[in-house]
Design a protein around this ligand. Structure first.
Ligand code: ZN
Length: 635
């Protein structure tokens, strides 16, 4: 992982920053520096996959057929992204108008880059030198080390009897299970056939039939073009239950009932989102509840959001993650960032739409509470992240697509869109939102495309409200502009005040109005506790609020970060249990970081990580491992 960190820290490729209008474009910024694919010469329009899920070997094997269009008549080779794939054969599919045939060709596997993987170069045979459409077929098998694929033995699933597989392709992991042009700049449709052991079911980011016969042989179609990071697969003992007319949930039978109850508001969210953002373009919207090792809160795989079971708090207090993944059906899946440098177009927009949905589905207070917590997380990010990565769309080409910006793209992007809403009023801005999604549907755009559109459709139409320069400050400068609208929440202010009073002994723990608090208020209370509390006081508040035993994973995360930072050893056993129980990076990484940084517990952090890493997804291990190295900067 040293290379990854080095890439992150190096300042190579810093581009001169000059303000300017629509003509001021640096082509280097519009190019994806995290893919080997020669997309200027060929683009994929359609993929046909044929895969077998082999749980014993922990591999997928089969073939990928790529229907590609030539853009450059002189191009004689195709370069695809791969990582840890064994390439068995490459040929071209050709047709004489009557029958299909196979045309052999040569291929070379290039040198492996630790971050990008391995380029696969396919030579175009002379007989195809002039054809506009070419169809390479790659026969291959994945490795058990595939960075996208989580292979779970039965004991790590809820049921304990059947193995499970799931993928996480974003940002640049699709290449570790499919040889393809792994860049968000290219959209394609796909068909797939997937074989599993009988009795188990396969699901994909495609049309899934809730009533499919469980015969171990499944067919999928994704008729809308998607970028590679939305390729997704799962297989296991998964069952379906409906939530509403357009919505439902897949989970292991043991989690199905709790999931239906926790996510019961999904249909209402779906209908509200359509009313606010324009038509939903993807058919059904279902949820897939994965085992605890899933590294993220959710992943917006189209038609089927993948979710962590850590959202099952029992009181719907964490379902903003579902609002978020659903909102990606517009921001991200429908209108997609051209490169990962433009990631805020996906995540900032989605965080804003999530905020708007939460206001309608729940209430203004709840949305305000979550908004303030996100703002505080953003301020922490500003403290820890190099200023050159703090712009929404830094003018650099070395922004690590997975860790470069922390959550800045999410929360700063959200605040930027709230700033626009505040300046133009909801009515005008809501019209802008639906126009934006309709005008760029199924397209990929850069930050600069967005700013031009914003200028044309909002700034220049409603003169004298905001200038392009004010907008570009958000895009290209670190921190927050001075005129940002800062979130507030009465409920959280009250909780913080009580935290200060209790810390000073002015109020008893038993007098705290805990029963009236949201999970968000409890989180804010914990964060607002005096930094110098005695062990006795911490034991007292832990007991009064039930912090170490909470069923709410976000409260647990917040509390155990404090436990680790303060070296509050009476709660270490429960903290260790939390690190064993969850594999979601957000819930565990900050606790490892706090242990590593508290001056005494680096060895403990390593021991806990060694004990748990076998149950984590490769993405989680890659994210946490470097924190526990002797010299995490790799120097
Ligand atoms: Zn997101």
């Amino acid at each position: 992982m040293t290379t990854r960190i080095l890439t992150l820290l190096m300042t190579i490729g810093v581009v001169a920053c000059s303000p300017g209008g629509s003509t001021d474009r640096d082509p280097a910024l519009a190019r994806d520096h995290y893919s080997f694919a020669n997309v200027e010469q060929f683009v994929t329009e359609h993929i046909v996959l044929d895969l077998t899920v082999d749980f014993e070997q922990q591999v997928l094997n089969g073939s990928a057929m790529l229907f590609m269009k030539r853009k450059d008549p002189d191009a004689r080779e195709i370069v695809l992204d791969t990582r840890d794939l064994t390439i068995e054969n490459v040929h071209f599919l050709v047709s004489d108008g009557k029958a299909w045939d196979s045309l052999p060709t040569e291929h070379t596997v290039g040198e492996t880059d630790a971050l990008l993987g391995t380029p696969l170069t396919i030579r175009i045979p002379d007989s195809l030198a002039d054809t506009e459409q070419v169809t390479p077929v790659v026969e291959y098998r994945t490795s058990p080390e595939s960075t996208a694929l989580g292979w779970l033995p039965p004991e790590l699933t809820a049921g304990g009897k059947h193995p499970m597989l799931y993928s996480q392709s974003q940002a640049i992991h699709a290449r570790s299970w499919i040889p393809l042009q792994d860049t968000p700049a290219v959209r394609f449709t796909y068909l797939a056939r997937v074989r599993t052991p009988p009795g188990l079911i396969a699901l994909m980011s495609a049309e899934n039939d809730p009533d499919v016969e469980r015969d171990g042989d499944y067919y999928f179609e994704m008729p809308q073009p998607i970028p590679s990071y939305l390729m997704a697969i799962a297989a296991g003992n998964l069952h379906f239950a409906a939530i509403g007319e357009d919505t439902g949930v897949y989970a292991e039978p043991e989690l199905l009932e709790a999931s239906v109850s926790e996510f019961a508001d999904t249909q209402a969210m779906f209908e509200t989102a359509e009313a606010m953002f324009g038509p939903y373009q993807w058919g059904r919207y279902d949820l897939l509840i994965l085992p605890p090792s899933f590294p993220y809160g959710g992943m917006e795989n189209p038609r089927l959001s993948f979710l962590t079971p850590s959202l099952l708090a029992g009181d719907r207090s964490l379902v903003s993650v579902v609002a978020h993944e659903l909102a990606h059906s517009w921001s991200g899946n429908l209108v997609t960032n051209q490169t990962w440098r433009d990631g805020w177009l996906n995540e900032g927009w989605t965080s804003y739409l999530e905020y708007r949905l939460m206001q309608v589905i729940y209430d203004e207070d709840r949305a305000a509470e979550e908004n303030l917590l996100n703002y505080e997380e953003l301020l922490l990010n500003f403290e820890r992240i190099d200023p050159k990565y703090q712009a929404l769309a830094p003018r650099i080409t070395d922004l690590d697509p997975e860790s470069g910006q922390g959550t800045i793209a999410y929360h700063k992007g959200n605040l930027f869109l709230q700033y626009l809403e505040h300046a133009y009023g909801r009515e005008i801005f809501d019209q802008f939102i639906t126009d934006y999604f309709s005008d760029f549907a199924f397209q990929v755009i850069t930050t600069e495309d967005f700013v031009d559109y914003l200028d044309k459709r909002l700034l220049s139409v409603h003169h004298g409200i905001l200038t392009r320069e004010q907008v570009e400050r958000w895009m290209y400068e670190p921190g927050l502009p001075a005129d940002a609208v800062i979130p507030t929440s009465r409920n959280l202010d009250d909780a913080a005040q009580l935290a200060a009073m209790w810390s000073r002994g002015e109020v008893e723990a038993a007098e705290l109005p805990v029963a009236d608090w949201s999970a968000q208020a409890t989180i804010h209370f914990i964060n607002a506790l005096d930094p110098d509390l005695s062990t006795e006081k911490l034991v007292e508040i832990d007991k009064a609020l039930g912090l170490s035993d909470t069923q709410n994973a976000e409260i647990a995360r917040t509390w155990f970060m404090q436990v680790a930072t303060r070296r509050h050893e009476p709660a270490y056993e429960q903290m260790a249990e939390h690190l064993r129980k969850f594999g979601r990076v957000r819930l565990i990484r900050p606790i490892y970081v706090a242990l590593a940084e508290n001056g005494r517990d680096m060895q403990l952090a390593r021991d806990l990580f060694d004990a748990a890493r076998g149950t984590y997804h490769p993405i989680a291990n890659a994210s946490i491992g470097p924190v526990l190295e002797d010299d995490p900067d790799g120097e």
